[in-house]
Write a protein that binds this ligand. Structure first.
Ligand code: NAP
Length: 285
């Protein structure tokens, strides 16, 4: 099985690009993470999405080390914790992440949340620090997460550097078109978090009907919808059967009508599973 790869706007190394399908580890308990990621790597996933906030980078690192896979076969993302936005904290915390992951360089480092109500509204100096860390070779690419169009417009206007990706909540019940459009306008790839709406796609009669007609599962239909729209996804599962199911999405296609039917399930703001980034201001203690 070959997973398609997409080219990031800031990646100048002749490597693999970013695999369009990866594996997310949010809410994978730290003691279980090594085993879960080892199983995911056995299934075939090569792109792992973790974060300082998830507390499980060390488990990811242990699985990568145990896998015997070459560094250039893997794509590893982590994200800056909300309490680490000040430049010195960002620098220190990436060093800690690299130590936990057992790597000299991550493939992608993201600002996890813009936190416009924190740090005097300054996420621009944080972004400048991210770019500095990339220029030092500690991460191949840099990006953001949960940036609304105004946040993205501001960092590009003030630094002239566009992120490589913006990782935002996207699924059929919250299609987040305004943020996707802003990403596209700036040449930023969209990474869709909660791609199967945390399992809720199985409750939609529209998705269930399409899945039954195609002999697939609702999660597979939702993942196809994302892939055909050009977004990057990394569904999370601790169950090896569901890991395989989520990986097995490259031998069928949705018709344009079926893609449109999923897009029509959008509920706007009411469809979010997570917080609104304009107001989210939580810093872990
Ligand atoms: P998700 O991938 O949409 O859904 C995961 C949930 O669905 C889990 O409860 C999982 O349970 C279940 N599941 C997995 N595969 C399934 C299948 N085939 N059928 C039915 N249920 C299934 O949600 P997510 O974990 O929130 O999002 C994915 C990744 O995005 C995260 O792991 C993380 O890497 C990233 N993320 C980023 C942010 C951000 O702020 N940047 C926020 C949230 C998530 P089991 O484990 O029991 O299978």
């Amino acid at each position: 099985m070959t997973i398609p790869t997409l080219t990031l706007n800031d990646d100048t190394t002749p490597r693999l690009g970013i695999p369009q399908l990866g594996f997310g580890v949010y809410l994978v308990p730290p003691p279980d993470t090594q085993g879960v990621v080892e199983r995911a790597l056995e299934v075939g996933y090569r792109h792992i999405d973790t974060a300082q906030m998830y507390g499980n980078e060390a488990g990811v690192g242990a699985a990568l080390a145990a896998s015997g896979l070459g560094r250039d076969e893997l794509f590893v993302t982590t994200k800056l914790n909300n309490g680490n936005h000040r430049p010195d904290d960002a620098r220190r915390s990436l060093a800690e992440s690299l130590e936990a992951l057992g790597l000299d360089q991550v493939d992608l480092f993201l600002i996890h949340w813009p936190l416009p109500e924190r740090y005097d509204g300054d996420f621009v100096s944080t972004w400048q620090t991210m770019v500095e860390l990339r220029d030092q070779g500690l991460t191949r690419s840099v990006g953001v997460s949960n940036f609304q169009p105004a946040h993205l417009d501001r960092i590009v206007a003030e630094t002239a550097v566009a992120p490589s990706v913006n990782q935002i909540e996207v699924h059929p019940f919250f299609t987040n078109e305004s943020a996707r459009a802003a990403n596209a306008r700036h040449g930023v790839l969209t990474e869709a978090w909660a791609p199967i709406a945390r399992g809720k796609v199985a409750e939609s009669p529209v998705i269930v009907e399409i899945a039954e007609r195609l002999g697939r599962t609702p999660a597979q239909v939702a993942l196809r919808w994302h892939l055909q729209r050009g977004d990057i996804v990394f569904p999370k599962s601790t169950n090896v059967e569901r890991m395989r199911e989520n990986y097995d999405v490259f031998d069928f296609e949705l018709s344009l009508a079926d893609v449109a039917a999923l897009s029509a399930l959008d509920e706007g703001e009411a469809g979010r599973t997570g917080p609104n980034p304009d107001r989210f201001n939580w810093i872990p203690s």
